[in-house]
Design a protein around this ligand. Structure first.
Ligand code: FE2
Length: 193
């Protein structure tokens, strides 16, 4: 279930809104041009690879591709394991898009399992959208944002692209991401709320 926290973006960020209400979240995101939809979730996909996951969501994926012209769809997943290099891989993956950036393409993600937080920095506010299984988030091209998967990344997501070169981040250099509560903080606050 999606969880939204909205912050001011000043030197000492204040909390403007904190909600799990689906309609309230959709309205708040619509105001900044971001679309959130919800799909049914398919069980039994633990340990599944890309082909099996895409097959399980074939109809939904086909509909989004047809509606919005995406030409490339893949599955990104990261789950904790016992290998010695896990902490380094987890940290490297987390840091990749942890600073504010934009893309020339939309950033569209469907969460099959696990979670992650998209932070959308628009008009002096930061919308922190904790995405969970069933959530399809569409961040329009050029929207300033960052993504935090936490210090113990655990998620499976379907990604949609217009261009099979993938997409690169254009980093803004704005240190705002460092001022806003991170994934670990938000999820801990929510669990204790
Ligand atoms: Fe991004």
């Amino acid at each position: 279930m999606t969880y939204l926290t909205v912050y001011t973006d000043g030197d000492t960020p204040g909390t403007l809104l904190r909600t799990e209400d689906t309609a309230e979240i959709a309205t708040a995101l619509k105001e900044i041009g971001v679309r959130l939809r919800h799909w049914r979730t398919v069980g039994g996909l633990d340990g599944a690879g890309q082909d099996e996951i895409l097959a399980a969501y074939r109809e939904e994926v086909a509909q989004v591709v047809a509606e919005e012209g995406y030409s490339f769809v893949d599955v990104a997943q990261l789950h904790p394991d016992d290998s010695p290099d896990w902490p380094e891989r987890a940290s490297a993956a987390r840091n990749k898009f942890l600073a504010e950036h934009t893309h020339d393409d939309d950033e569209v993600r469907f969460f099959v399992a696990g979670s992650g937080i998209f932070y959308l920095h628009v008009d002096g506010k930061v919308h922190a959208v904790l995405c969970e299984p069933g959530d399809l988030l569409s961040v329009p091209a050029r929207t300033t944002h960052w993504f935090d998967m936490g210090t113990r990344p655990d998620f499976t997501a379907i990604r949609f692209f217009h261009d099979d070169d993938g997409w690169v981040g254009d980093f803004t250099g704005d240190p705002v991401a460092a001022r806003i509560p991170d994934y670990d903080t938000i999820t801990a606050d929510r669990a204790g709320a």
